[in-house]
Design a protein around this ligand. Sequence first.
Ligand SMILES: [Cu+2]
Length: 181
Amino acid sequence: MKKIILSLFVLSLFTLAGCASAPVEEELSVEEEEVVEVEEAVVEEVAAPIMEEEAVIEKEESTKEAVEPVVEKEVVEKEVVAVEEVAEPNKVSFNLTGADFAFSQKVIKVKKGDVVTIVFKSNQGFHDWVVDKFSAATKQVKADEGSTQVTFTADKVGTFEYYCSVGAHRAAGMVGQLVVE
Ligand SMILES: [Cu+2]
């Protein structure tokens, strides 16, 4: 009887072991595969943002390379402009008088870019001082009116006639030459 009970017990153990162990192994292996798959997915998920970051960095670098030379050029141009703006223009002034029918000075010489001021007064009669090329003209003044003046920039090279615009004074010879060198 003991042998039969023992053998039944052993048999039932085998059966139990067989029933129990086989599914457990399968379940474990399924779980392990799932874990591996999840881990791979996580790696891919983590890797994707890194690759995106690298792409962004490359983009930023390429953008910087494209932008930087332009910015430097602009700065250089600005500096040049600033130097030109800071450079004081040369200022020159001439005192002229008018009479019937001539100016006290027949020739006025300046340099291109000079800021020219003509201080004009009449010693006799009614006169003014005009140069069309620079749209410069004093007021017309009488002998007892004191001085008047006009300022302009001589920004063109050449020889330009200045004259008195009163009546026929110009035709009468009330002219001179503004020479811009
Ligand atoms: Cu005149």
